[in-house]
Design a protein around this ligand. Structure first.
Ligand code: FPP
Length: 249
């Protein structure tokens, strides 16, 4: 069969592709405000961007993508906004379940990172179910950070390690960087090579605090609902040109 050249041309080729990309999905509120809409509409549009970018990442061959969807600090937002965001998570997970046949092709393995305490039992059920449903997929691992905070993650890791030492299962000499990484939600995954934050804010906001030690950072003024695959390509092209030395020369 002749190759469908027009289709294969749609997927750009990169000389160097990050193995793991993190996204801080910021700017939904401002996007809605600019249009005189409630903030929840910005999150709704942001959820569409999340789907589009997650699938695109899988298409171009990135193996791990992490989306910062809800931080441990986001509970401070008005209840209606928190509920609207939680409801978008639920909609997405129900969609994953309904479309598992398609997901079979897409090969998306879902994983939730963050503290599961505080999440409603209904959403928690969906999270556990979709993780199980997609656990054997291997095209891309899509981490969704929900009730996630980098310092909170490290604090939990320290507590768990201390508990093991108390029980005699570990000794302080066993503690090294690999062991700490193993106690994080991202255990077994490579650290993010690239973290992308749109919306004109230049900080990491407690995202992958330990894992981002050597991440390349890419910022842009675009608000997350407006973020396109072209913007993603631009970040990837910039990444290709970066000279990562990891402390060497
Ligand atoms: C930050 O923008 C965004 C959030 C706290 C929520 C992000 C959630 C989504 C995009 C929905 C994701 C859905 C799924 C299915 C994972 P902001 O509200 O702080 O924006 P602002 O700084 O302009 O106010």
């Amino acid at each position: 069969m002749p190759q469908d050249i027009s289709k294969s041309n749609e997927i750009p080729v990169f000389d160097i592709l990050p193995r793991h990309v993190g996204f801080i999905m910021d700017g939904n509120g401002r996007w809605a405000k600019q249009r005189g809409l409630p903030r929840s509409e910005g999150h709704k549009e942001g959820a569409k961007t999340f789907r589009k970018i997650g699938e695109y990442a899988a298409d171009i061959g990135i193996k791990y993508v992490t989306f910062y969807a809800f931080s441990t600090e986001n509970w401070k937002r008005p209840e209606a906004e928190v509920n609207a965001i939680m409801s978008l998570f639920g909609d997405y997970l129900n969609e994953v379940i309904e479309r598992i046949g398609e997901n079979e092709e897409k090969g998306i393995k879902l994983k939730f990172i963050g503290d599961r305490r505080g999440i409603s039992p209904e959403l928690l059920n969906l999270m556990n179910y979709t993780e199980k449903l997609t656990e054997n997929k291997n095209k891309v691992t899509l981490n969704i950070a929900v009730n996630y905070g980098g310092r909170h993650e490290l604090t939990s890791a320290v507590k768990n390690i201390a508990e093991k030492i108390k029980n005699g299962e570990l000794s302080p000499e066993n503690i090294d960087e690999n062991l700490i990484s193993d106690y994080l939600y991202t255990s077994g995954q490579p650290d993010p090579d690239l973290i992308i934050r749109p919306s004109g804010e230049y900080r990491l906001s407690n995202f992958l605090t330990w894992q981002s030690a050597y991440s390349e950072l890419w910022f842009s003024d675009i608000l997350w609902p407006d973020f396109t695959t072209e913007d993603f390509n631009e970040a990837l092209r910039a990444f290709e040109k970066r000279n990562r030395r990891f402390g060497g020369i």
